[in-house]
Design a protein around this ligand. Structure first.
Ligand code: CA2
Length: 144
């Protein structure tokens, strides 16, 4: 079964606890459970992780190089700042799908640029937490 690592960056642990108008009411645990259920349907295995630390996310991407066929990543605010995360993703050989809960292009100008997009094969933004599920469906089709 193809293994997909789903990686989440800073502050996404607060999902569902603050700013529901922007990020919705679902918690990150809810998102993980929905991803696990869909992955089982699609015949995928998942590992779901979140970190508030840039270096830890770099290391999670290194781990994905050895264990995963695809990476789905919402790098949070590091999307807009982190060359280190881009470099780590560039060393990953499989498909990378970038997810954003919000439409980053409708928000402040500093959110319009994404380092992750430089490497991502696909990007889903503005679909709320459903974006993770769309990313998994795309991954299943791509890896078929
Ligand atoms: O739209 C997205 O998914 C973002 O990656 C979310 C990041 C933001 O910095 C990016 O520009 C776009 C922020 C995640 C913070 O999540 C929170 C959730 C609830 C309460 C507070 C923060």
């Amino acid at each position: 079964m193809p293994m997909i690592h789903i990686l989440n960056g800073p502050n996404l642990n607060l999902l569902g606890q603050r700013e529901p108008t922007l990020y919705g009411h679902e918690t990150l645990a809810d998102v993980e459970a929905a991803c696990a259920a869909l992955a089982a349907e699609l015949g995928l295995e998942i590992e779901f992780a979140q970190s508030n630390h840039e270096g830890a996310i770099v290391e999670q991407i290194h781990a994905a190089r050895l264990a995963a066929q695809g990476v789905i990543i919402n790098a949070g605010a590091y999307t807009h700042t982190s060359v280190a995360i881009l470099d780590a993703l560039s060393a990953f050989e499989g498909p990378v799908v970038e997810v954003h809960i919000t439409n980053i292009h409708r928000r402040e100008a500093f959110r319009h640029h994404s380092y992750v997009s430089q490497r991502a094969d696909a990007m889903i933004a503005g679909c709320g937490t459903q974006g993770y599920l769309l990313a998994l469906r795309h991954m299943a089709q791509r890896l078929r």
